[in-house]
Ligand binder design. Structure first.
Ligand code: IMP
Length: 434
């Protein structure tokens, strides 16, 4: 940070199907940042961070909040669950990390209301295609946004406007529920007033945090401050670039970061992609490098691969370099952070998918159609494991040669330089790559 030269603006983006360990990476990078802002998603995300001897699971508030003195923002691209937001706020305060004055929510951000969650669950229950959503109302809230009947944070600051906006959204939900064959009077938690009541309990507090996120970030950068833009979910869950329709309802990729906080794309100076040293997926949809049952259970246990939001077991598989390379291109990665290397410590051999075989043809492209991805056969390269612990490594040279060779190969296949390797859940368990 120097004088009036513009500050650095880095996007942190997931490069697989979410759960890559972005929370940990943001937590490490936040030490040098002044502002951390989320640009999309909602309380479907689950960032688990170990700091100050405690475990924190944050769904709605950026993990940067765990560093005292950092300003944390939710951009316009986020859908905000106010109940969750203030529950996390109060929990942080109780645990000695008072977020007062450090949190801002874009007045342009849409809110997730109770009826969005009902719609989410009912659509999953009776709708034709089961996506395996987190049930947090994310899809219906983004549908309302695109359908121009959504409720924004700015609307809730005026009670008359709020009532009108919520009523319109509830009315739509009722008609959707009827189409789905559900009785709205039974399915919905109450009438429009009650729905507002749920959010309404937090209205006064909301006025304290509502802000213009784009303006704040522009000012911070102009003053030479460092900004992190934190993505949720991952590239393969992006509504356009992911395995549609088995995706979330927002643009998760780095290109969405500028639009999701309200700054210009030329302001972004770096894009760090986060990849886990293997692959996981929660929810439905293809996972080409999925392990067999035995390995799946082993790695799930070693990596504690259970959803931070829903507790669902994550499916596990080998590192998919086809997806990593695709993510590097789609996000314009300038570097990568590899997480959970230590989970592979005991394996005698490690496979990496370098291409896919489809209808007899081998290709290194990530297919645009999920049904094709469902049919691909990964082409694997086998690397020797290192079979020794890495969790105490703090420098590249502390790692066993086979672990370094594995990381070198990932870097080469992904086509972006490694910046950081995480070898455990604690903040200190990280190797800064040179
Ligand atoms: P939704 O975002 O709740 O609508 O869920 C859509 C898909 O994205 C489902 O497969 C979810 O399991 C997945 N998903 C949503 N958020 C996350 C996340 O933070 N990590 C991993 N998967 C997620």
């Amino acid at each position: 940070m120097s004088g009036t030269s513009p500050g650095k603006c880095t996007v942190v983006v997931g490069c697989q199907w979410g759960d890559e360990g972005k929370g940990k990476v943001v937590d490490v990078l936040a030490a040098d940042a002044d502002v951390v802002a989320r640009y999309q998603g909602g309380a479907n995300a689950g960032h688990t961070v170990h700091a100050e001897g405690h475990e924190f699971v944050l769904h709605q508030i950026p993990s940067g909040i765990l560093h005292p003195g950092k300003r944390c923002l939710l951009g316009n691209g986020v859908v905000v669950d106010l109940g969750q937001f203030f529950a996390e706020y109060d929990n942080l305060a109780e645990r000695g990390l008072d977020p007062r004055g450090r949190l801002g929510v874009s007045a342009r951000a849409h809110v997730v209301l109770p009826h969005h969650k009902v719609l989410d669950e009912e659509t999953e229950r009776v709708g034709g295609r089961k996506i395996g959503t987190t049930g947090r109302g994310i899809g219906p809230a983004y549908e309302d946004k695109a359908g121009r009947r959504g409720v924004r944070v700015g609307d809730l600051l005026d009670s008359r406007r709020a009532l009108k906006a919520v009523a319109a959204s509830v009315e739509w939900a009722r008609s959707r529920l009827r189409v789905l064959g559900a009785d709205p009077d039974l399915a919905l938690p109450g009438d429009a007033t009650l729905d507002l009541g749920d959010a309404g309990a937090n209205l006064e507090r909301l006025a304290e945090v509502a802000t213009d996120v784009g303006a704040e970030i522009a000012d911070a950068l102009a003053a030479g401050r460092e900004v992190l833009l934190e993505g949720a979910q991952g590239t393969a869950l992006d509504v356009d670039h992911g395995t549609y329709p088995f995706v979330t309802s927002s643009s998760t990729t780095a290109g969405a970061a500028a639009a999701g906080v309200g700054i210009g794309p030329t302001t972004i100076s770096a894009v760090t992609g986060v990849v886990k040293a293997y692959t996981t997926r929660v929810g439905n949809g293809p996972l080409p490098t999925a392990f067999d049952e035995k390995m799946d259970a082993r790695v799930r246990r070693l990596g504690a691969e259970f959803g931070a939001t829903t507790g669902r077991p994550r499916r596990c598989g080998w590192f998919d370099a086809v997806l990593a390379r695709y993510s590097a291109r789609v996000n314009g990665l300038t570097g990568i952070a590899v997480t959970k290397l230590d989970v592979l410590d005991t394996l005698p051999e490690i496979e990496v998918a370098t291409a896919y075989r489809l209808d007899g043809e081998s290709s290194s492209a990530f297919p645009p159609v999920a049904a094709d991805l469902e049919r691909v056969e990964p082409v694997y390269e086998t690397l020797p494991g290192w079979q020794s612990p890495t969790s105490n490594a703090r420098r590249k040279t502390d790692l066993p040669p086979n672990a370094r060779a594995y990381l070198d190969r990932i870097e080469e296949l992904a086509g972006a330089p490694i910046l950081m390797v995480s070898v455990g859940t604690r903040r200190s368990q990280v190797i800064h790559w040179e």
